[in-house]
Design a protein around this ligand. Structure first.
Ligand code: BES
Ligand code: MN
Ligand code: ZN
Length: 541
């Protein structure tokens, strides 16, 4: 087995632009005694192809009409006949459409259109708000068979591109294994009509389209069950997604490679599973990137969290297939940045492991040693996310000279109690870094709330046998988890931890299909794209 794994490591360690290898050795590496998932076939994710034009291609199918007020009808819908515009105005009046907030009204029976979908922009015309409007429209119109026409005359190019981006994100479906999704015909295209068509197309092609694809990539990974996505298949999916993208190098550390590096913490977390762990490292260096060192994004990639020997209750345990959402989002963010050729230097580290109970599994009271030499007393084997991240951030610090490290994890139930599904919790010792993350949160619509790193968390995680223990004594569970990860980062390295346990998945709504939200892809894409280096100084405590 170990020679097979060495071969995998060798075949995956390459540093050449755009030559992702689909290695035959990789398939052999999946040789654990588990049933092959060969017969499972997932629906291919799709979204409508988007084109931009100065005039509509046809006056049929579905029309999307974004309006801030009644007066916009003349500018936005100048391509319609007077009779069509009058009919729309009368229908909106009759329905008492009030243009407040982000509302919508579908009208049928006007002109040659199957449906005219009027959406009100509200007064908040920020990029995130316009993108959300697009998300809702894309989702509402998924079942429309005909082509879509969006009349966007008079809107600035940025808003038009955000609308198109949102629509693509909203068209995502999560019913991967339902026959109706597998058999779905390709969706008809979207034509976006407006006077800024050229500029809007450039913005969409330059960034938005990559975000749509990266969101679908991350959400597919998260939505896939744990019999399909485990550490090695996560690596395979990543290699396939980055194939041919310039400026990208991918390395997957296998078990012997991690043993050589002393990564006893992630290795301990995965010992109960038939699926061996991996540390996946995806680097993208764009033309014109700063040479201040990469921004490292480390993601918790627990492909299933049963709790291990500290086993979870069975109720809702299936949700723990989403426990790799941080890893999916960090890789998704790098996918978006690389596909849009952003001038940035960024590394995603996906710390991939499956937390299972077994005769070989790590036990409470066991002691593990991370790559930076620190020893860890296991209090709960269910506090495993911090174990895989300890080695991920220590590796980044030791090997990559990072300008900053941001880790993202579905780390604690405690953050869900504190912030619900409205905000992810952000912890940082470096104020200038925290500020940039909060700005990225506002720009992207992935909301963040800063949480404290109180000095008392160090006492809470003191062990009597090892350097630190993996579960705190106090009630501040999310803070103790954040403190633990921070103990594996040099104090002067700008570092932040983002706990997304309340944000990563949820039921279906007007902005999303059931399952993964893709939270973090847009946040980290915006953060890295706009990143300014911050001082490397240890925070005073
Ligand atoms: N993956 C869970 C956290 C989680 C819980 C995410 C609910 C999303 C929804 C994590 O590994 C975990 O089990 N955390 C424990 C930590 C405790 C044992 C210190 C928790 O939050 O209870
Ligand atoms: Mn757990
Ligand atoms: Zn977990």
């Amino acid at each position: 087995m170990s020679t097979v794994r060495k071969a995998i490591a060798a075949s995956l360690s390459f540093a050449l632009a755009g030559t992702a290898l689909a290695s035959p050795a990789l398939a052999q590496g999946r040789s654990d005694a588990v049933a092959p998932s060969l017969t499972l076939k997932a629906a291919k994710s799709q979204h409508r192809a988007v084109t931009f034009a100065a005039a509509p291609a046809q006056m049929a199918g579905t029309l999307v009409l974004p309006l801030t007020g009644e007066a916009d009808l003349a500018t936005r819908a100048s391509a319609l006949s007077d009779a069509e515009r009058d009919a729309i105005a009368r229908a909106l009046k009759a329905a008492e459409f009030d243009y407040k907030g982000q509302g919508s009204l579908s009208l049928r029976g006007i002109g040659g259109w199957d449906r005219i979908h009027v959406v009100s922009t509200g007064t908040n015309m920020s990029p995130a708000a316009i993108q959300k409007l697009g998300v809702m429209a894309g989702r509402a119109l998924m079942k429309d068979k005909g082509p879509l026409t969006v009349m966007a005359g008079g809107l600035p190019a940025e808003a038009v591109a955000e609308l198109a981006t949102g629509m693509g994100i909203g068209e995502y479906r999560s019913d991967l294994y339902q026959a109706k999704a597998r058999d779905a015909a390709p969706m008809a295209g979207t034509v976006i009509v407006g006077d800024t068509a050229g500029a809007a197309r450039a913005l969409y092609e330059g960034r938005g389209k990559a975000l749509v694809e990266a969101m679908a990539f991350a959400r597919d990974l998260s939505n896939e069950p744990a019999n399909v996505i485990y550490p090695e298949s996560f690596v395979e999916r990543t290699l396939a997604a980055f194939a041919g993208v310039p400026g990208v190098s991918i390395e997957a550390l296998d078990v012997p490679a991690m043993e050589r590096l002393g990564m006893g913490s992630i290795l301990g977390s995965g010992r109960g599973s038939a699926r061996p762990p991996r540390m996946l490292i995806v680097r993208y260096t764009g033309r014109g990137a700063s040479s201040a060192g990469p921004v490292v994004l480390a993601g918790k990639g627990i492909t299933f969290d049963s709790g291990g020997i500290s086993i979870k209750n069975s109720g809702g345990m299936g949700d723990m297939k989403f426990d790799m959402s941080g890893a999916a989002s960090v890789v998704g963010a790098v996918l978006a940045l690389s596909k849009s050729r952003a001038p940035v230097d960024v590394v995603a580290i996906a710390a991939l492991s499956e937390n299972m109970p077994d005769g070989n599994a790590v036990r409470p009271a066991d002691v593990l040693q991370a790559m930076n030499g620190k020893t860890i007393e296991i209090i709960s084997t269910d506090a495993e996310g911090r174990l895989v991240l300890a080695d991920a951030v220590a590796y980044a610090d030791a090997k990559l000279n990072p300008a900053a490290i941001v880790d993202m994890a579905t780390l604690t139930g405690s953050i869900v109690t504190a912030l619900g599904d409205d905000y992810a919790g952000m912890f940082s010792r470096h104020d200038p870094l925290a500020t940039q993350l909060l700005q990225a949160g506002e720009a992207s619509g992935d909301d963040l709330w800063r949480m404290p790193l109180h000095a008392s968390y160090a006492d809470d995680t003191k062990s009597t046998i090892a350097d630190i223990k993996n579960s705190g004594a106090s009630g501040a569970g999310a803070g103790a988890g954040a403190h633990f990860i921070g103990a594996f980062v040099k104090p002067e390295t700008p570092w932040a931890h983002i706990d997304i346990a309340g944000m990563a998945w949820g039921g279906a709504s007007d902005v999303k299909a059931a399952g993964s939200t893709g939270y973090g892809v847009r946040l980290l894409e915006a953060f890295v794209r706009n990143f300014q280096p911050v001082p490397k100084i240890a925070a005073a405590d």
